[in-house]
Every structure is written in C-alpha cells, then in structure tokens.
Design a protein around this ligand. Structure first.
Ligand SMILES: Cc1ncc(C[n+]2csc(CCOP(=O)(O)OP(=O)(O)O)c2C)c(N)n1
Ligand SMILES: [Mg+2]
Length: 370
C-alpha cells in the first residue's frame, strides 16, 4: 500500500520546483537576459524565419479583421499579441506532431502550411471549413472550450501504443484550464505518461473574466504539481523562450517521460472576437502596458542587436504578407459559396429522414432570402 502511494508522490515532488518568474531569453528592450539554462543560439536562418512567421501572422490577422469589418465575415478571433507564443511553441515541433488548437492559433496554422483560403473558409463559415487541416496533422478548431485537451491526450496515448515517436500539443486558453475536460486531460496524461504537451496561452482574459478568477493557486503552471508533471512558466511574448521550453517539453514527451504543462504569459491585445468590446471590462492603461511588451518589435530589436536583421528580411516579410493577404481576400470574396446542401450529403452514406427534413428547411429558408 505504502508503495502505491509513494510513486505518485515522488513524481509530484520532482515537479515541485515550478518557478513563478517566467523564463525569459530576450528582455523587453531586445537584449539577451542572463538566463543560461536554455539556448538562444539557433541558426541565423531559423532566427529570421521566426520573425518572418510572427510578422506574417500579424499581417494576416489585420487582414482578417478588415474583412470582418467590411462585412465579409461574421466573426473573427484575433491572435494579435500572441504571435511569439504560437510561433515559438510550434516552430520547434516536427511536422508529424499533432496540434490540437483552440480557435486563436493562426500562427500555428501558418507554420503548418494551412493556406489563407483554408483559414478563411473556417471564419467564413463555409461548410468545408476545417477540412484539410488533418492532412497537416492539425485538428480542426475546438469552439467548445477545453474539449480538445482530451482529444490531444487520446491521440498521444494512441501514438504511445502504436510505438510512434510523435507527440501531441493541446493549445489551451487560461479560461480553458478551468474546464473539467482540461483536468481530466491533464490527469490522464500524467498518469499514463502520454506524450502530450499542454501549452496554455495565458492571455490574461477569458472574454471578460480575468485570469485571477481562473485559479486560487500561485499560477496555472503550478497546477502541474498536483498532476505530477513538470510545470513551466514562460514569457509568452518572447519567441525564443517559448521555442526553448517547448523544445525541452517535446523532447521529454518523445523520450517517454510524459507530459509537461507550459504556461505562456502573454496578452490578447485585441478584443476576444470582433463581436466583443473590451473597453467595457479592461482599462486603457492595462492595454498600453502590454502593448509596450509587443513581441514583434521586441524580437526585431534582438535580431538587430545580434546582427541578424537585414533589409532583405524586411522585404521578404512585406512581400509574403502582401501575397498571403491577397490570397485570403481573394478566397473570401471571389470564391463562390459552396452549396450548403452538401453539408448534409456527407454526414451518412444515405441521408436520414431527419437530416433530409433539416436540409429541405434550410434550403427553403435560403431561397426566401435570395
Ligand atoms: C464549453 C464552453 N463554455 C463556454 C463557451 C463560451 N466561450 C467562448 S470563448 C470563451 C473564453 C475562453 O477563454 P480562454 O480559454 O482564456 O481563451 P481565449 O479566448 O482567451 O484565447 C468562452 C467562455 C464555449 N465556447 N464553450
Ligand atoms: Mg484567455
């Protein structure tokens, strides 16, 4: 009996040194920090690629918001301010590692080669939105908060049983960690040493609920102690720090040592979605404080500091951003909407009477509007 309680206590103790101070490799002024436990000496082309990916994500994000404001999209969830977290945490993974996004992870989609047209189809609400993601080892977005944590753990356990060396990543929000699903996912993952990383983007808000209402403990990362896995807090606005801690967590999962809970401390600079008015629940002062920590100018200063910054990189960012934004705009505006009737055709080999009735009702409704 003593032995059976001893084992989890030991692994929990190993995880007990969760630091409250987030890991940071690049200071807000763009200079390297004294941190020596993680490497920042990536090859110059990788360093430049990280910048390019962050800046192109930002440009696409702006284009999405514009398209929504122009009435082309009903809704969009911006990731402005969270580019370092998403790019850093995804860039160090293998293309065969499975990503389980929430809904705000455009940086991760970009890195996986999900096209602007594919991303646009999701927010345009086309019936095939999300199709094709799985070909890139990306699960469709999960609007029901926290559910995809379980999918990520299930997929990780499947990979484990099949003897594959791929890992899975669940991208959760701070609010998502309060869901029962997130608890079940983390507990299962820790108990079964599933090769899964929980990457929580703590962007300080879950719509209008501040992160202070998501836990009474010292931090989200500290919950890892209770599950018996390592917990790491990282500066989510520092792309190199996010890269480094995810690289370490991915290696741990891949060698069979189980999951890690990473809390990337960041900020949602924009509204929750284009339907939200954040001035109703947060102060301009707060937003300005975080805007000064914007991950993109910070990293640009760092690249300048280490002499990796070039005008060519700037031009490359501009031309790729322009090309992808044009692709997005074209896909949203000029591609005819799919026949919504097809939505029902692909559910079962033979349509059920209930679905047929729903299909008829929808088509009749739409015919009235046309
Ligand atoms: C199960 C469930 N409950 C409530 C909602 C409504 N909802 C949509 S987004 C959201 C907040 C999520 O916050 P967080 O996990 O921090 O992610 P963020 O939007 O900040 O990226 C809520 C409550 C939902 N989609 N699903
Ligand atoms: Mg949040």
């Amino acid at each position: 009996m003593a032995g059976s309680v001893q084992a989890p206590l030991t692994s929990a103790r190993a995880a007990q040194d969760v630091e409250l101070e987030p890991i940071q490799l690049v200071a807000p002024d763009g200079t390297p920090t004294p941190e020596t436990r993680y490497r920042r000496d990536l090859p110059p082309e990788t360093l430049a690629w990280l910048f390019e990916s962050m800046a192109v994500t930002r440009a696409l994000d702006v284009e999405f918001v514009n398209l929504q404001r122009q009435g082309e999209l009903a809704l969009f969830a911006t990731c402005r301010g969270q580019e370092a977290a998403q790019i850093g945490a995804t860039a160090c993974l293998r293309k065969t590692d499975w990503l389980f996004p929430q809904y705000r992870e455009m940086g991760a989609f970009l890195l996986r080669g999900i096209t602007p047209a594919q991303m646009g189809a999701v927010w345009r609400g086309r019936w095939h939105g999300g199709l094709g993601f799985t070909e890139k080892c990306v699960a469709p977005i999960a609007i029901p908060i926290g559910t995809h944590g379980l999918h990520a753990v299930g997929a990780a356990m499947a990979a484990q049983r099949l003897g594959e060396d791929s890992i899975t990543v669940a991208y959760l929000g701070d609010g998502a960690t309060s869901e029962g699903d997130a608890h079940e996912a983390m507990n299962f993952a820790a108990v079964y040493k599933a090769p899964c990383v929980f990457f929580v983007q703590n962007n300080q808000w879950a719509i209008s609920v501040p992160v202070s209402r998501q836990q009474a403990g010292p931090s989200i990362a500290h919950r890892a102690i209770g599950y018996g896995m390592p917990g790491v807090r990282v500066d989510g606005n520092d792309v190199l720090a996010c890269y480094a801690v995810m690289e370490e967590a991915a290696a741990r999962a891949r060698r069979g040592d189980g999951p890690t809970l990473i809390e990337a401390v960041t900020y949602r600079l924009g509204p929750h979605t284009t339907s939200d008015d954040p001035t109703r629940y947060r102060s301009d002062d707060e937003v300005e404080r975080w805007a000064a920590l914007d991950p993109i100018p910070r990293y640009r200063k760092y690249l300048q500091h280490i002499d990796v910054w070039t005008d060519r990189l700037e031009h490359r960012v501009q031309s790729r951003s322009a090309r992808l934004c044009a692709e997005l705009r074209d896909a949203i505006i000029n591609t005819p909407d799919m026949d919504v009737g097809e939505l029902f055709d692909t559910v079962y080999a033979d349509i059920t009477p209930t679905l047929q009735a729903q299909r008829d009702e929808l088509l009749a409704e739409m015919a009235k509007e046309a």
